[in-house]
Design a protein around this ligand. Structure first.
Ligand SMILES: Cc1ncc(COP(=O)(O)O)c(C=O)c1O
Length: 422
């Protein structure tokens, strides 16, 4: 049952040009959009991969650029009428190149997964060996899952993390690389809370003559704001998403040096994709423009400060924080010291309005919790709010709080920080 706008506090509604038309024509879908906007505004979005894009990004997404077919690249399209969208794509590419210091940027990938697929298509042949973080340790589906193209078409060798510290063991990565002689090494994760040592990975890749692919889907927004190390100087190819800390539209991006530019572009179109989505590319350009500002740099540093504060407060409440803390926007934790396993913990927290994911833990078979601070920081929350969230969080897991009372408190807290103020 969707939450209606009537139940939403002031500022928690969402309206834009054309919405009244949608409401009149298709009230069923309009209600779902309003209900979802209210859900996002009245609960705490702690999913590490989510954020609130700006109204300007949403405006570009909902624009007539969505009507345009544009196979190919600016100046070399398979369709007519691309003069203006060509300009939008050139702006997006130029802004991405400047933002990340890359010689080449491809902004057409429809998602993070399709960016990784294109990177493999550009550098590898089916059957090649690839070394990547194992899925039980935080590797992504595209890093060798048998349920994904990666595991079906390539021979993945997994590296792990130290079961005690939760940290990548670079000596193990090097030993595996020397043993298996991979064609490519992938560094990047869905759940690793620490900075990745790209220089060490480059050194290992050079040692065995492998390509280095950085899948920076998670930290790329922090990189844009100067709050995390940049993989661009070290990796042959950097794959990323644009919708996490970077706060752009849902989509992917690839960065590389000039010598691989043509191979990457051909791997995206026509090898793995058809027409570029020009509304999304325009929205990426808007997000890159926002990410160039001092305000965005300050935001990314606050995201990390909030994640550190949340990790420390949850640690003080008795949760076991993987690696003892975080350098980034995300943290992972084992809630079992509070007497509840990850999946049950996620359910209890959800009913109290705290929305997050479960994740693998570096030790044993149990599942932990993964949470991130990108969205709540966009809302304007700081360290005092992180301390309050940790108390509510642990109280709900311990059963100290009636979930309905906690839900009310979450609504009150979230309501003070509307993601789209009126
Ligand atoms: C490391 C990593 N790679 C790839 C992806 C895939 O991104 P998408 O969901 O846009 O396909 C993700 C998404 O969370 C990710 O964390």
């Amino acid at each position: 049952m969707p939450v209606t706008t009537e139940q939403a506090p002031a500022g928690a509604t969402y309206a834009y040009a054309g919405f009244d038309t949608l409401r009149r024509q298709d009230p069923e879908i309009a209600e779902i959009i309003l209900g979802e906007a209210a859900r996002q505004a009245m609960s705490l979005q702690l999913i590490a991969a989510e954020n609130f894009t700006s109204p300007a990004v949403l405006a570009a997404l909902g624009s007539p650029l969505a009507n345009k077919y544009a196979e190919g690249y600016p100046g070399a399209r398979h369709h007519g009428g691309c003069e203006l969208v060509d300009v939008a794509e050139r702006i997006a590419v130029d802004r991405a190149r400047v933002l990340f210091g890359a010689e080449h940027a491809n902004v057409q990938s429809h998602s993070g997964s399709s960016a990784v697929l294109a990177a493999y298509a550009a550098l590898l042949r089916p059957g090649d060996t690839v070394l990547a973080m194992g899925l039980p340790f935080g590797g992504h589906l595209t890093h060798g899952s048998p349920a994904n193209f990666s595991g079906r078409w390539f021979d993945f060798v997994p590296y792990g993390v130290d079961p005690e510290t939760g940290l990548i063991e670079y000596d193990q990565v090097r030993a595996l690389a020397r043993l298996h002689r991979p064609k490519a090494i992938v560094c990047g994760s869905i759940a690793y809370p620490r900075h990745i040592d790209y220089e060490a990975f480059r050194d290992i890749a050079d040692d065995v003559g492998a390509y280095l692919i950085a899948d920076a889907a998670h930290p790329i927004g922090l990189v844009a704001g100067g709050a995390a190390p940049n993989p661009v100087p070290y990796a042959d190819v950097v794959c990323a998403t644009t919708h996490k800390v970077l706060r752009g539209p849902r989509g992917g991006m690839i960065l590389c040096g000039a010598e691989l530019a043509e191979r990457i572009d051909r791997a995206v179109f026509p090898f793995t994709q058809g027409g570029a989505q020009m509304h999304t590319i325009a929205a990426k350009a808007v997000a890159f423009g926002e990410a160039e500002t001092p305000a965005f740099a300050a935001y990314t540093h606050q995201v990390v400060a909030n994640a550190r504060a949340l990790a420390a407060a949850l640690d003080a409440e008795g949760l076991a924080i993987t690696t003892g803390g975080t350098d980034t926007h995300l943290l992972t934790a084992d809630p079992s010291p509070l007497g509840v396993e990850g999946p049950a913990a996620r359910g209890r927290l959800a009913s109290a309005g705290m929305v997050l994911d479960t994740c693998a833990l570096p030790f044993g078979d149990g599942r932990g919790l993964r949470l991130g601070t990108a969205a709540v920081t966009t809302q304007g929350m700081g360290e005092p709010e992180m301390a309050r969230i940790a108390v509510l969080f642990a109280g709900v897991l311990r059963g100290d709080f009636d979930p309905r009372a906690a839900r009310e408190e979450v609504r009150e807290l979230a309501g003070r920080f509307p993601p789209y103020p009126a």
